[in-house]
Design a protein around this ligand. Sequence first.
Ligand code: PEP
Ligand code: MN
Length: 264
Amino acid sequence: MENSKELRTWLDDLGLDHPLVIAGPCSAETEEQVLKIAHQLKDTDVNYFRAGIWKPRTRPGNFEGVGALGLNWLKKVKEETGMKTATEVANANHVELALEADVDLLWIGARSTVSPFIVQEIADALQGTDKVVLVKNPVNPDLSLWLGGIERLYKSDIKRLGVIHRGFSTYEKTKYRNIPEWQLAIELQNKFPDLPLICDPSHISGKRDLIFDVSQTALDLNYDGLMIETHFDPDNAWSDAAQQVTPESLVQIMKDLKIRKETD
Ligand code: PEP
Ligand code: MN
């Protein structure tokens, strides 16, 4: 895979004067919840509305997503707010359904990036798509697996690509839910400077009061964007309650962040 400006045309074409923002709930819960959050985010800096409809839970017994039904809600988001939409796909069937429903951006989750079989299946199902596809880092700090994900997509003729840095699992307890290991993302950035690099401070932090600092560090390191989980009632969210922020807090975070310009 060559480093090529082509990889970031989807981002450059947005012509943003601020970092890319992907926001919305961890999980789509109900149609009302999805639409309410979308309307709250509509006139903000948010570029893509995210909502997970197939939720990869580490252990069974938790909410595993509403499934394909949620695709109709994302369609309504687009119709009612004009925002582009984003969701996680974890197998060929998800890809097929998401493409059919015209979701604008698909991402591969951290638990999928660890599996070359799954990534290849997704890459095959996406073959030649002009949708934006982002690859989250694998749960373990393995740069090759992360790069392998991107390379598999690139070989499937998918050229609107990017990566999401969401931190890494550790046995030790730290203040983070997933430790950032910034040097790993920087290594990737050095290798492919034109590959859009997006930080997911929500899954790195695990709690909302760390999100600002993690986001600022990412912007200081010249990241291209942020993915921040947002819910009108974070404490009662059906997944990742401790780390979601309200739409009002998101707007405040974006206002307070010092945005580094290329020329700095
Ligand atoms: C998510 O974005 O809600 C998610 C499940 O993320 P990750 O794959 O980073 O754990
Ligand atoms: Mn989540």
